[in-house]
Design a protein around this ligand. Structure first.
Ligand code: GAL
Length: 353
């Protein structure tokens, strides 16, 4: 009997929650699902969004999925059942969220794909991101200019390390960079001694630093011997950090520190900015998570208040053209990091010491 009464009370509470968005407070609840706490950026993205949404009068359910697609799926199902009015998702895997998105669609809960496009499902209302192809172009152009590929005699040696095959962004980054460098590979001004130039061969599952490191160690050991590596195109900072660790062993212990290669990255993670200051990573791409978080809050606010959110592009996810807003990525290196990262208040000078 007691069980029945408690059950009835629980059901009534759930029903109220579903109707009001958040029991008691009358605030609408936003579900934010981030992929992992392992990378600094997602912690920042989550924190900024939580702050901004709360300041705009929303309740926030912020969850991290431990880089596991099934965990993200069940977290999203909980968000749907607990009355979230909108879901903001940076997917662990682009195509694995179908069940949750179908449930959200049945309850007319809009979904915002955050930073990473969610593929193969029609219930993706909007996409807020950076121009991911441009991120790759910035990296590729940097290598092109640094090696002066149009004028220098060369040839130079380069290797590639890309991102997670399950992350839809990873191919955009890789293609953006590769499209710039491909003509020089074809003309043999750039050589890839490992022969690994297709995305599948250079991808890094879950963007893991240790995976990038062991692949780099294998390549260095198998193909380089006494030969120099002039550049290592890494799609982001976590993979660049793995490559730097692999190179550290070879270059510093073997006294080749003068021949340190050009290494690209993305995100301006603190570890990588410190590596840039130490001369171990040559550049990164700054994607101001504050900008993306603010853009997303504005999108959600508009959406829940009957306004059409502003967009500047569309991306096809195999089911529909998702209206998208692309923010601008910014080149970062030792020459401008103080302006864009410290003066802008993104980091304190102490954090980078
Ligand atoms: C991408 C994201 C990058 C980087 C990477 C690893 O989707 O756009 O900024 O963080 O994931 O998490």
């Amino acid at each position: 009997m007691l069980k029945k009464i408690l059950g009835t009370i629980l059901c009534a509470a759930l029903a109220i929650t579903a109707l009001t968005g958040c029991a008691g407070s009358g605030k609408k609840k936003v579900g934010i699902s981030m992929p992992t706490k392992d990378l600094q950026r997602w912690n920042q993205d989550g924190d900024y969004m939580k702050q901004k949404f709360e300041a705009a009068g929303y309740e926030v359910d912020l969850q991290y999925a431990g880089n596991k697609a099934d965990q993200q799926l069940s977290q999203l199902e909980n968000m749907i059942n607990s009355g979230c009015k909108v879901l903001v998702i940076a997917a662990v895997e682009a195509s694995s969220l179908g069940n949750a998105l179908d449930k959200a669609a049945a309850k007319k809960i809009p979904v915002i794909a955050y930073d990473r496009l969610i593929m193969d499902n029609a219930n993706v209302s909007y996409y807020a991101t950076f121009d991911n192809y441009k991120v790759g172009q910035i990296q590729g152009n940097f290598v092109k200019e640094k090696l002066d590929l149009d004028n220098a005699a060369g040839p130079f040696n380069i290797e590639f390390t890309a991102g997670d095959p399950g992350d839809n962004n990873a191919t955009f980054f890789f293609n953006g960079a590769f499209d710039v460098l491909k003509p020089y590979i074809e003309s043999k001004k750039l050589n890839v001694l490992s022969g690994q130039t297709d995305f599948a061969s250079v991808a890094t599952v879950k963007w893991a630093s240790d995976t990038a490191q062991s692949r780099a160690e294998n390549i260095i050991g198998s193909y380089y011997g006494e030969k120099n590596i002039d550049a290592w195109l890494c799609s982001n900072d976590s993979t660049a950090q793995g490559v730097v660790t692999a190179l550290d062993a070879r270059y510093n212990s073997e006294g080749r520190s003068g021949q340190w290669p050009i290494i690209t990255g993305q995100d301006c993670d603190i570890v990588s900015v410190k590596n840039m200051i130490a001369g171990k990573q040559t550049m990164s791409v700054f994607k101001d998570t504050r900008t993306l978080a603010e853009r997303t809050v504005t999108m959600v606010n508009d959406l829940l208040n009957g306004k059409t959110p502003e967009t500047n592009n569309t991306y096809n996810n195999n089911k529909l053209d998702v209206p998208s807003y692309l923010c601008d990525p910014v080149f970062a290196d030792i020459s401008n990091y103080e302006d864009i990262l410290i003066k802008s208040g993104y980091y304190t000078a102490d954090q980078l010491k």
